[in-house]
Design a protein around this ligand. Structure first.
Ligand SMILES: [Zn+2]
Length: 148
């Protein structure tokens, strides 16, 4: 599971690029959600512990940085889990997200009442990969999982 969003698994996030099995050796290739994400070391350790718990001892976990992870790799089930957890899921990149950082505000739906009458309070929420928004209708503040 993602240590920052405990309802999301590594497969929900779409960060598992490859799994190679040769004899008793298992190699897992992961792409960090963003370079320098502090959660990645913990994710690697968790994958290792999970494999060890299944009796696999010959483990190699490798990071692949290119192509860079994008929120488009997150599964639909993962986006739904984020929303149920109270975090607005990333919008599909081709629709609203822009390439420039700190571009115009995105139309982000409130995960609680689905209103699009929301505004950004801060570029950074509880972690660097989220922004803090507030709903103008139900007044609830919420985290938005930023597109990138
Ligand atoms: Zn709302």
């Amino acid at each position: 599971m993602d240590p920052e969003v405990p309802v999301l698994s590594v497969t929900d996030l779409g960060i598992i690029r490859d799994i190679l099995i040769e004899g008793d050796a298992v190699k897992v290739v992961i792409t960090p959600t963003y370079t320098g994400c502090p959660a990645m070391d913990m994710i690697s350790a968790n994958i290792r512990m999970e494999l060890l718990a299944h009796g696999i001892k010959n483990i190699e976990i490798r990071q692949m940085l290119a192509p860079a992870w994008t929120t488009d790799w997150m599964t639909e089930a993962g986006k739904q889990k984020l929303k149920e957890y109270g975090i607005a899921p990333p919008n599909p990149k081709q629709q609203i997200c822009r390439d420039e950082l700190f571009a115009a505000d995105e139309a982000v739906a409130c995960p609680l009442c689905n209103s699009f009458h929301t505004h950004r309070i801060s570029e950074f929420g509880s972690t660097a990969c989220k922004a803090l928004y507030q709903c103008d209708d139900c007044k609830e503040p919420f985290d938005y999982f930023k597109c990138h």
